[in-house]
Design a protein around this ligand. Sequence first.
Ligand code: ZN
Length: 198
Amino acid sequence: MISVRRRGGTLRARVHHMFADAPDRVLRALARYIARADRRDSALLGGFVEANHWRIRHPRRARRPVLNPIPSGRVHDLAEILGDLNRRYFAGAIDARITWGHRTLRAGHRQSIKMGSYSVEDRLIRIHPALDCPEVPRYFVEWIVFHEMLHQVFDIPTRNGRRQFHTPAFLARERKFEHYEEARHWERRHLDRLLGGS
Ligand SMILES: [Zn+2]
């Protein structure tokens, strides 16, 4: 956090970058602490370091909005489903978090509603909260989660200027899901009604 070297009559201090935008009060305490190791300054600096601890542990994430995944729903437990699929299909190789998304259904946008999404930067899978109800069978939720997990496995090549999210290899792998046909069938029969909320 703070290291001090004395050379001749000069003190040289290196401090953590969290002090770069510290308030003057803290900087003055820092200077006094380096010169005299005063206990009151030490306490003040300790409080500052404590309050800025997140910058040490997650320096990259600190700039992103805080994510607070909510994986257990009223009916389906996404963390359990993710862990189960990870073991069964990926030998535990998927490194991702999962959460129910926010309810942001907008009338007139039914066709564009995405049941799931995957954020590469956050390694976060979001599942549409409309799926968290007893009418939706577990294998259907599994299928959506499985699809998003595949996005961590497959690259997104650009073909003719367009990003190809679902390559033939991706789609072939997707068909390996145990309940693939059932899930697609269920989707065709039920999803409009489900997302319509009626
Ligand atoms: Zn996809």
